[in-house]
Design a binder for this molecule. Structure first.
Ligand code: FES
Ligand SMILES: [Fe+2]
Length: 440
């Protein structure tokens, strides 16, 4: 690093203070691309997006465009979306099905398993001397958890399961509660925001504190999903009491998890979400066992994946870095695979109303994220530390959930997030980075 201190010193969790430079500094940003996005497991999609052989979908790992494919034999890959010749992208489509990708510059062609299978002029111009086996697509290591696909560029990274650690306990509440797991609804919202990529993740990893203030207008007027049945999110229940905030280790955290599965939706029994939950109660209990009583909360998986989940079916948001001052948001919505059309429509309507570029919640949140990025650029501002003392010293090992907990609201999640960020930024290799062991 370029500063005189370690990143661990910049993130002073003992005193709940953090150096503001980590938000805007160019050199630190370059290190993040290398140390965080070059080494961590990053979310790249869901298996349901590529169910058939030769299906593909496009996304990014950090700033790098990647193509996620299912090859002819059914294996899932994540490739750098870059022709090995000059570097043109080999695919410009968001998603589709194709047995191969022909680069539109000189025509090199790659199969869905990454092999270079076609080179114009191979005999006449390359004289059969080009070793095609050495010029296949650059491939990341891939693994899946409950249908979610993750990839890492670092072959020495720990297993995905070890990386997710105790967060897997919480992910199951959303992604493994009914047979078949979840589906992503088609399409994604994509939008650019003038903010550092860490702010939206910081918010979801543990900021129950902002909800009554930032989202005060929503709470004030009540919230409706706008469904024909009138069933919407019940603001009275949305702020269930006696909740804790959680740090799961490895930078993952949840702003709150409710100790009851009391519906956050209105009591309208005809609401398709309530109806589905009622009909599948026995199945959910059978699959999750003791865990079935917990209602999952809005959470973040290090470094930039957010699962915003007020009612089991929620949004998966990815906050992609575009320099220290810009962030590209991608928002998908998920429902149980078994969910009927009415359920899907309810979630689509609700999520579009709340999240993504036109979402009320998203717009509420974006303003402070933009402003907190802007102020951090100031010379004077950088002399003053960010305060992260909320709930400091009131953490405990949770009695049932495999995580550290503190009464919500607490910045326990943020301290865990930036603590792991600093760990990764300082550690020269994975062998010297510390992972929290999995308890279950
Ligand atoms: S850049 Fe792709 S074939 Fe030349
Ligand atoms: Fe918010």
């Amino acid at each position: 690093m370029t500063t005189e201190t370690t990143y661990r010193e910049m993130v002073d969790n003992k005193n709940g203070r953090m150096n503001r430079k980590i938000i805007v500094n160019e050199e630190i940003y370059k290190q993040e691309l290398e140390q965080i996005f070059g080494r961590c497991w990053l979310w790249v999609g869901h298996e349901g997006q590529i169910p058939k052989s030769n299906d593909f979908t496009s996304i990014y790992m950090g700033e790098d465009p990647v193509l996620v494919t299912r090859d002819a034999k059914g294996k899932v890959h994540s490739f750098l979306n870059m022709c090995r010749h000059r570097g043109n992208r080999i695919c410009r489509a968001d998603a589709g099905n194709a047995p191969s990708f022909m680069c539109t510059y000189h025509g090199w062609t790659f199969a869905t398993d990454g092999k270079l299978v076609g080179v114009p002029g191979y005999k006449e111009a390359y004289f059969e001397e080009l070793d095609r086996s050495q010029w296949g697509l650059v491939e990341a290591r891939v693994d899946t958890y409950k249908g979610l696909i993750f990839a890492t560029w670092d072959n020495s990274a720990p297993s995905l399961l070890d990386y997710l650690g105790n967060m897997a306990w919480h992910m199951d509440l959303s992604f493994d509660r009914t047979a078949g797991g979840v589906d992503l609804l088609p399409g994604a919202h994509k939008w650019m925001m003038e903010m550092n990529w860490k702010w939206p993740t910081d918010n979801h990893v543990g900021d129950g504190y902002h909800v009554p203030i930032t989202h005060g207008s929503i709470r004030g007027r009540g919230t409706s999903s706008g469904t024909a049945s009138g069933g919407g999110l019940n603001p009275a229940n949305a702020q269930l009491q006696n909740r804790d905030a959680f740090a799961f280790g490895n930078g993952h955290g949840a702003a709150s998890i409710s100790p009851s599965r009391g519906s956050v939706w209105s009591a309208d029994s005809e609401n398709p979400v309530n109806k589905f939950n009622r009909e599948h109660e026995a199945e959910i209990k059978q699959r999750l066992g003791e865990r079935a009583k917990w209602q999952p909360g809005t959470c973040a998986i290090f470094p930039n994946l957010v699962i915003s989940n007020p009612a089991w079916s929620g949004s998966i948001k990815l906050f992609l870095p575009r320099g220290p001052l810009w962030t590209l948001g991608w928002s998908y919505y998920f429902v149980d695979k078994q969910a009927p059309k009415e359920y899907r429509d309810t979630i689509r309507t609700y999520q579009t109303l709340m999240h993504g570029p036109s979402g009320i919640m998203e717009a509420d949140d974006a303003v402070p994220f933009i402003q907190a990025t802007g102020t951090a650029r100031g010379l004077i501002a950088q002399k003053y530390m960010i305060n992260q003392q909320l709930g400091l010293g009131h953490e405990r090992i949770h009695e049932e959930i495999p995580a550290m907990a503190a009464p919500s609201p607490s910045e326990i999640g943020q301290r865990g997030y930036y603590g792991f960020w600093a760990e990764m930024m300082d550690a020269p290799s994975w062998s010297q980075g510390k992972l929290t062991p999995r308890k279950n």
